[in-house]
Design a protein around this ligand. Structure first.
Ligand SMILES: Cc1ncc(COP(=O)(O)O)c(C=O)c1O
Length: 462
């Protein structure tokens, strides 16, 4: 059966059609870092699905209803209602975006030397933990590292390893489950795994927190891949998913379909009261958390819109359309394709480029020059350096992440992406050298890093 997108386009934005010559100049001026490019230098922007989606006419209408009172705004209460209703969390604090919520949470509960275990930490989560001299430990099933092995829930926590860690370590403060798991390709977590994690965590008296930026995509995969839930609605699946956590942090720039915003929510009133103290000096008063009333309104509408199965199915099919084209041409990527992005294995795509010349970034640069498509390296560049040794951390794989913003691009745009990758793949043997770092920040280096092309093969330092 053929399905179309369950929406039509009402407003459009012009895309400047640049030349390859212009793009060569712009990327060099941008130090070969995608974050320094201006958006009008980009034709198809797959840098991030964060805050880049198209809002609905109902969300735009809600902006006009935004209540900008300093305290107790009506928009705050609309958001509170959505959070309680959809996630079943009685206490919540808005935040300007996901990492704002993380900052409040970790300030509340984390001390030096503590450990947080996660399937895979998102970089801002890891940075917040390491900034507090605590330890961010990943604990995901082995299949997540095998691109060609099919597993329906590659984001699952390795529960045997989790139990081993908890038995050996007394300082584990929190168990995170990132749904879907961004850093390994937007791979989902099953409800079976959530139940098991919760059981183990409670045996050791440790709270479970969901990093739930992509809650709806995760629920879609549960409905389509976990047979117990095939007849459940997305809303019912979410209710079941959120029974197995004690608190949550959310970036509403993803599945909540807002251009900005986030929140943290709790079952415990005590923890909420403690976090409220940090909220007021990091984010703002507990009833706005760094947000305007209109943004809270857009978030509250977006949370409900994200539950639409037809929308989630059409989004998933768009990613499968791109994945199918790459598969037909033998291009290596993480399988199955994730909820929000396709992760091209750049290490395999460009085998001649050494790891520390960043094959993912090199592929991102070549793709941009060819067709103006902007993607993001997801490999050793964001892995940064070991805080103790100062050495580069080598990622398990060198990926180029192509994120698909929600309700923004057509299949035809994605066809251009596929065709550009296919033509580059045919010429891959001619790409033998990559990039080297000329400047990097001490923490979270990738957004501001400056690179240059490696001219000879001498550079291979760790
Ligand atoms: C899984 C995950 N957690 C947290 C964040 C941080 O959210 P924000 O960008 O809104 O600060 C992101 C952002 O991409 C994410 O993907």
């Amino acid at each position: 059966m053929a399905y179309s997108e369950p929406f039509r386009i009402k407003t459009v934005e012009k895309i400047y059609q640049s030349t390859e010559e212009e793009r060569r100049k712009w990327i060099e001026e941008s130090h070969f870092n995608m974050f320094y490019l201006r958006s009008d230098q980009v034709a198809i922007d797959l840098l991030s699905d964060s805050g880049t989606g198209a809002m609905s006419c109902e969300q735009w209408a809600e902006l006009m209803l935004g209540d900008e009172a300093y305290a107790g705004s009506a928009s705050y209460f609309k958001l509170e209602k959505a959070v309680k209703d959809v996630f079943g969390m009685p206490y919540f604090l808005p935040a300007h975006q996901g990492r704002g919520a993380e900052n409040v949470l970790f300030a509340t509960i984390l001390q030096k030397g503590d450990m947080v275990v996660n399937n895979v930490h998102f970089d801002s989560t890891k940075a917040h933990i390491e900034y507090r001299n605590a330890i961010a430990k990943n604990c995901v099933i082995a299949e997540s590292k095998m691109d060609d092995v099919y597993h329906p829930f590659k984001g699952n926590v390795d529960t045997e390893e989790l139990e081993r860690i908890l038995k050996a370590k007394e300082s584990v403060k929190l168990i995170f489950v990132t749904i879907t798991c961004n850093n390994i390709g937007g791979q989902p977590v099953s409800i079976g795994n959530m139940r098991e994690v919760y059981k183990i965590a409670h045996k050791f008296n440790i709270p479970v927190c969901y990093d739930a930026a992509r809650f709806a995509e995760n629920a879609y995969f549960i409905k389509t891949r976990e047979s117990e839930f095939s007849d459940h609605s997305i809303r019912e699946i979410l209710q079941e998913m959120f029974r197995y956590c004690d608190l949550m942090v959310v970036s509403c720039k993803k599945d909540a379909l807002a251009n900005t915003g986030g929140f943290l929510a709790f079952r415990s009133e005590e923890l909420y009261e403690q976090a409220k103290v940090y909220e007021s000096f990091f984010e703002g008063l507990h009833s706005y958390g760094g947000l305007s009333g209109r943004d809270m309104g857009a978030m509250s509408v977006g949370i409900y819109e994200s539950l639409d199965f037809d929308f989630l199915r059409s989004r998933n099919r768009q990613l499968e359309f791109l994945a199918g084209k790459l598969e037909q041409n033998g291009i290596p990527f993480m399988k199955p394709v994730g909820g929000h992005a396709i992760f091209i294995n750049a290490g395999k795509f460009l085998p001649k480029v050494p790891v520390l010349e960043f094959p993912g970034q090199t592929l991102a640069v070549e793709l941009y020059i060819r067709s103006g498509v902007r993607g993001l390296e997801f490999g050793s560049l964001p892995s940064g350096r070991d805080p103790k040794t100062g050495l580069n951390r080598i990622a398990d794989a060198e990926y180029l992440r192509l994120c698909v913003p929600r309700r923004t691009y057509t299949d035809n745009h994605l066809n251009v992406v596929a065709e550009s990758l296919i033509s580059l793949y045919k010429e891959r043997d001619s790409i033998k050298t990559g990039l080297e770092i000329v400047y990097e920040a001490p923490i979270m280096r990738y957004p501001t890093v400056r690179l240059k092309r490696v001219e000879d093969k001498k550079i291979n330092r760790i």
